[in-house]
Design a protein around this ligand. Structure first.
Ligand code: SAM
Length: 195
């Protein structure tokens, strides 16, 4: 097991997702999380993937085709803040891997207000027991503000409806990424309990 934030996100999500589930990759980028999710949900599952960069969508589409996973993935070139236009509900997991596209244009990043809107919408779409997992990085221009906004919102979530945890390395330099995982209460698959 790896304690890197991107890997922890995957471990947490793998703990709740079953074959046939519907899940969301809110930031497709180079497609690593989309491919991970497509394998997790299996042939009968569905992955919705969002990115504002057509290049990310196209490259990931090609990768999925090469791997024979394209039929279970719906790639959408639109902001994740519009996810509710495409998905109606009953989502088991949503992954946000924030920031800029690695090896891409570092000026195109996720932005605090649209990220917050998207995270709120993801929580509405989650089914009981479902999880939204977020990896946030302070290293880019709007990353600090994004982290503060998310931290304020997530720590204020209604404790009777959601459980939120955060994980951050404490010995890895000045700007370690932060992981948040939010689980909607009420399902059987409680990953984290308060008891
Ligand atoms: C850190 S990368 C994602 C990495 C990706 N999950 C992977 O596995 O390679 C962040 C991505 O978020 C995208 N992005 C920025 N703003 C967005 C928005 N409003 N909605 C969806 N994607 C957005 C960027 O274009 C970039 O590709």
């Amino acid at each position: 097991m790896s304690l890197k934030v991107v890997d922890l996100v995957k471990s947490i999500v793998a703990g709740v997702v079953s074959e046939g589930d519907t899940v969301v990759d809110a930031t497709v980028g180079n497609g690593n999380d989309t491919i991970f999710l497509a394998r997790l949900v299996g042939e009968k599952g569905k992955v919705y993937g969002f990115d504002i960069q057509q290049k990310a969508i196209n490259n990931t589409g090609e990768l999925l085709k090469d791997l024979g996973l394209q039929n279970r993935v719906n790639l959408i070139c639109d902001g994740h803040e519009n996810m509710d236009k495409y998905i109606t509900g009953d989502v088991k997991a949503v992954i946000f891997n924030l920031g800029y596209l690695p090896r891409g244009n570092r000026d195109i990043t996720t932005l605090p207000n649209t990220t917050l809107t998207a995270v709120k919408k993801s929580l509405q779409l989650l089914q009981p027991g479902g999880i939204t997992a977020i990896a946030a990085y302070r290293g880019h221009q709007s990353g600090k503000r994004e982290e503060v906004l998310l931290g304020e919102y997530l720590s204020g979530l209604d404790a009777s409806a959601f459980i939120t945890v955060s994980v951050q390395a404490v010995n890895q330099g000045n700007n370690p990424p932060v992981l948040w995982a939010v689980q909607k209460k009420g399902g059987h698959a409680q990953l984290i309990t308060t008891e």
